[in-house]
Design a protein around this ligand. Structure first.
Ligand code: HEM
Length: 157
């Protein structure tokens, strides 16, 4: 097995953990919590679950980014970023930048505080908004995964 193949396997494992976790939070945990009783209990459970996952997701986004850039460098594939037909390369970097900004910048600086305060005032509206935002991120991520597999195996050009 060559180093690019090994990097690809690690890349896909990182994506499975990270985007799979986003799917679990979006399609299972958030809808289940929204049907639960007291808002304070809901808020505590969600922050506990999301907090635990966000620690793990930081590691998988780092691994996905490192292996992604390593493959790009080893395959000398930088010129793909000049090709509109290689939109899936741009999509991968865009999804990675958005999640990294959320996990490493927005959450520690203000997002967590904003969520806690807003959910205290308006639990229903805040959970509905958070769920909508999760669906948007999950949809963009899944389109990217499909585009990356099709593109990497020559189906898009
Ligand atoms: C810094 C960010 C990223 C970079 C630089 C990057 C780069 C790459 C490269 C160079 C490949 C190999 C393409 C080829 O063999 O022609 C690849 C494959 C792939 N990437 Fe990324 N990637 C990044 C983030 C992501 C993200 C965020 C996702 C998912 C949402 C993703 C999903 C995939 C998938 C599914 C494959 C295809 C594996 C295969 O079927 O061979 N990547 N990536």
């Amino acid at each position: 097995m060559d180093d690019v193949t090994l990097a690809r396997a690690l890349h896909v494992l990182a994506i499975v953990h990270w985007i799979g976790g986003v799917a679990m939070v979006t399609a299972v945990i958030l809808p289940a919590l929204r049907r639960r009783g007291a808002p304070a209990e809901r808020l505590g459970l969600f922050e506990g679950i999301e907090g635990k996952f966000s620690g793990q997701a930081k590691l998988s986004t780092l691994l996905a980014g490192a292996t992604g850039f390593y493959m790009t460098w080893r395959m000398d594939a930088w010129d793909r970023f000049l090709e509109p037909g290689m939109w899936w390369m741009h999509a991968m970097v865009a999804v990675w930048v958005i999640f990294s900004a959320i996990l490493f910048v927005a959450e520690p600086l203000f997002l967590h505080r904003w969520f806690h305060e807003r959910a205290g005032r308006d639990p229903e509206g805040t959970f509905a908004l958070v769920q909508r935002l999760h669906w948007m991120l999950l949809t963009a991520s899944l389109i990217t995964v499909a585009g990356a597999v099709l593109g990497a195996h020559g189906m898009l050009y």
